[in-house]
Design a protein. Structure first.
Length: 549
């Protein structure tokens, strides 16, 4: 019987096309049966030794990753080192040892409880941290049971292959010979999983989140992985192979063509200038921003400074990061958003309570106004960093004029403090707000009088306008940034910005959609902020359209 070609679809995690033979990645067994111990001191001593050995292993992985994928993606192993020695994990393990369990079983159960906690969170980024917990506890269990050393799970292939796995931890990928990997396919995962991020950094095609379709995959069979469309073609026929061969060649031609957009102005055929800026989450994103010739930074999400730290970032630490970003951009505008923390973006060291409806709960500017010491630390750092470049400060989740006035008063208070202390800052710092709540769009005529710019966050604006949870897959057909109600609110904000002599940008994901982008530009949007990898493609598109027609 001849096996027929089959197409299965997952999440497009990393672009590109890979063709080859599938090899399965099998991680060594990690499960530990429930077992009692009669020597608590021995179990405690074993656990502490395992923590030390795990940290040493992670240091080695960090060094390898830093050379292979750069500082940004290598930082995951520094984060894992902190997790291994975290009080939460240690306390849970120690409690179970005190109850009479062995150290390996205690680590396993503590890991399950912590990963379940992360997996239940609403934020996709935080849900993926459940995988980090699995990774570090599996490492500790292995060390406790077998000692420190090779984790196993090497790619059993002499030639490059498509690697298939139920899931892949960061430590799995760093232990591999990447020259043997043509593409990744996994049963679990999302676009924000570490595998997806590493695959994009390495330029390896990846399709993740195949779920039950993963069971259709057979090792040693031929396949094509289309990382652009999130498609895996099992046992492709000759005509399909030829189609994808042409597609890969066309992609290489397009990449070469887009390189020609570097150094050119982002200007339409009728002479309208549009700033194409980059969205970033950390200092380590800057090389990609510069490589893709961004006109500036339209959104620096500062909450990740807080979420990736074991304590509140100090003023000096934030000053160093913001200063380097501004200096790197060489006087191009850098819009830095104050932290959007709260609800589902929780911090282990800050108790903000729990909301029944996190997206509309105690978050963003609401936390900033209530936790003024925390906000003042950030604003002081931002103002002091302003001497290194062209800074704009943006407040998230503004819903009322009174919230904006309170936020601006905190900025003024920080300026007075710096004046009293003799610390310098720029007198040309712009202040703007996110338009992501319908009330802000409706009242944009009044809000525009109080700020220097608007930036429309289409993700939340769509969610709030249509009353649909954008993280709920059952409602995916309702969540639609092109809905007329959303577009009307956006146009209202853009027109009110123009009437009041300020600029209006868009920094949501929909800004990368070329069909929507033209609609945005016709509304009067003059700034677009997207992922760095999208900048040259958008510049080419903008240079091809005529807004006067």
């Amino acid at each position: 019987m001849v096996n027929a070609m089959k197409m299965i679809r997952g999440i497009a995690a990393s672009g590109g096309i890979g063709k080859g033979v599938i090899k399965m990645f099998n991680r060594p067994g990690e499960f530990v049966f429930q077992e009692k111990s009669f020597d608590k001191e021995y179990e405690i001593k074993s656990f502490k030794k395992a923590q030390s050995l795990a940290v040493e292993e992670l240091k080695s992985l960090y060094e390898k990753a830093r050379k292979l994928v750069g500082e940004k993606d290598a930082q995951i192993f520094e984060a894992h080192s902190m997790m291994v020695e975290s009080e939460d994990l240690s306390d849970m393990v120690m409690d179970m040892i005190e109850e009479g369990y062995t150290a390996p079983y205690a680590v396993q159960k503590a890991g399950e409880q912590l990963s379940d906690m992360f997996a239940s969170m609403d934020d996709a980024y935080m849900r993926e941290r459940a995988s980090d917990i699995h990774d570090i506890t599996a490492r500790l269990v292995r060390i406790l049971c077998f000692g420190s050393g090779n984790t196993g799970g090497e790619i059993e292939s002499d030639t490059p292959c498509i690697l298939a796995a139920e899931d892949l931890f960061p430590s799995d990928t760093m232990a591999m010979d990447m020259n043997k990997v043509l593409a990744f396919i996994t049963k679990k995962g999302s676009r924000v999983s570490h595998l997806s991020i590493l695959a994009r950094t390495l330029g390896i095609p990846a399709v993740v989140g195949l779920n039950e379709q993963f069971d259709c995959i057979f090792p040693e069979s031929e396949a094509i992985v289309d990382g652009d469309e999130g498609m895996v073609i099992l046992m492709p026929d000759d005509s399909t192979v030829q189609v994808y061969k042409r597609k890969r060649e066309e992609k290489l031609v397009k990449i070469k063509r887009l390189q020609g957009m570097k150094g050119k102005e982002s200007i339409t055929l009728d002479g309208t200038r549009i700033d194409i800026c980059a969205n970033i989450s950390s200092l380590s994103d800057i090389p990609k921003v510069l490589e893709n010739d961004a006109d500036g930074i339209g959104l620096f999400r500062t909450e990740f400074l807080y979420m990736e730290s074991s304590m509140l970032p100090s003023e000096e630490m934030q000053l160093e990061v913001y200063g380097k970003v501004l200096e790197s951009m060489k006087n191009k505008r850098v819009i830095i958003r104050t932290f959007d923390i709260g609800a589902d973006k929780s911090l282990p060291y800050l108790d903000l309570g729990k909301d029944e409806n996190p997206a509309m709960g105690y978050r963003a500017i609401r936390v900033s106004i209530m936790e003024q010491d925390m906000m003042k630390t950030q604003i002081r750092a931002l103002l002091r960093a302003s001497v290194y470049g062209k800074l704009a400060i943006m407040f998230p989740m503004i819903a009322t004029a009174s919230e904006l006035k309170k936020a601006k008063s905190i900025v003024q208070a920080c300026k007075k403090e710096l004046d009293d202390e003799g610390l310098p800052y720029s007198g040309n710092v712009e202040i703007g707000i996110m338009i992501e709540v319908p009330s802000a769009a409706i009242m944009s005529d009044e809000l525009a009088k109080e700020v220097d710019f608007f930036s429309i966050g289409t993700n939340d604006l769509t969610q709030f306008t249509l009353a649909v949870d954008r993280m709920n897959p059952r409602l995916a057909d309702i969540y639609d940034p092109s809905n007329p109600a959303v577009l009307r609110l956006m146009e209202m904000a853009a027109q009110n910005a123009r009437k009041n002599g300020i600029f209006c940008g868009v920094c949501g994901e929909s800004a990368s959609d070329l069909q929507l982008l033209e609609k945005y530009l016709r509304m009067g949007i003059t700034e677009i902020s997207v992922a760095p990898s999208k900048i040259l493609e958008i510049r080419e598109f903008i240079r091809s359209i005529d807004l006067s027609r």
